[in-house]
Design a protein around this ligand. Sequence first.
Ligand SMILES: Nc1nc2c(ncn2[C@@H]2O[C@H](COP(=O)(O)OP(=O)(O)O)[C@@H](O)[C@H]2O)c(=O)[nH]1
Ligand SMILES: [Mg+2]
Length: 186
Amino acid sequence: MKVEFVKSTVKDFPPCDRPEVVFVGRSNVGKSSLINMIVGKNIARVSKEPGRTRMINYFLLEDKIYLVDVPGYGFAKVPLKEQNKWKKMMENYFFHRKENIKMVFLLIDSLAGVQPLDEKMISWLRFIGVPFTVILTKTDKATQKELSGTLKQIKDYVGKEAVILSSAKEGKGKREILRRILSEIL
Ligand SMILES: Nc1nc2c(ncn2[C@@H]2O[C@H](COP(=O)(O)OP(=O)(O)O)[C@@H](O)[C@H]2O)c(=O)[nH]1
Ligand SMILES: [Mg+2]
C-alpha cells in the first residue's frame, strides 16, 4: 500500500481535503502497531513505554484518506497537568475535525478488557456523535476465555455493532480493517 507521513501536530491540522479515520485508545494498547500492520510499513512509532506519543500524527493512505495516530490515555504515571493537556488537545482535535472524521477506531486490549477510561471515551464519542468501531488488540496474548470475557463485556457498550479482532503480531484483522477504511472513501 502506498502510505506517507504527512505531519505531526498539536493543532495545525492538514486541510480537510481528504477524509480521515482515527485510532484512539489507552496508551500501549497497540495503536501505532496496528497502523503499521494494516499499511504494511513501519511508519508509526511503536514504543515499549506507554505515553510516548504526544502529538497527533497524520499519514496519507493511497493519496485518498488520512490515517490519524493520536496520543493514548490512561497512563498512570502521567501528571495531572499532562492529562489536562491531552484532554484539551483531543477536544480541540475532535472539535475541528469532526466533520472530516469518517470513522473512529476505538482500540481495546483483549486481555485488559474495557477500562473506566474506555467507557468514558465511548460515552464521549456518542455525545459528540462520531461513529466508532471497536477493535480488540493483541488477541495473540489472550486466551480464548479472556477473549470471550472481553467480547461479552464489550457487547454491553456497542450492542450489535461488530467488533474486530486484531493482532499486529500475527497480522490478524488487517483485511477487515482495511475494508472498513476503504469503504469510507468509495
Ligand atoms: N503481543 C503483541 N504485542 C503487541 C501487539 N500490538 C502492539 N504490541 C506491543 O505493545 C506495545 C505498545 O504498542 P504501540 O503500538 O506502541 O501502542 P500505542 O501506545 O497504543 O501506540 C509495544 O511493545 C508493542 O510491540 C500485538 O498485536 N501483539
Ligand atoms: Mg503510539
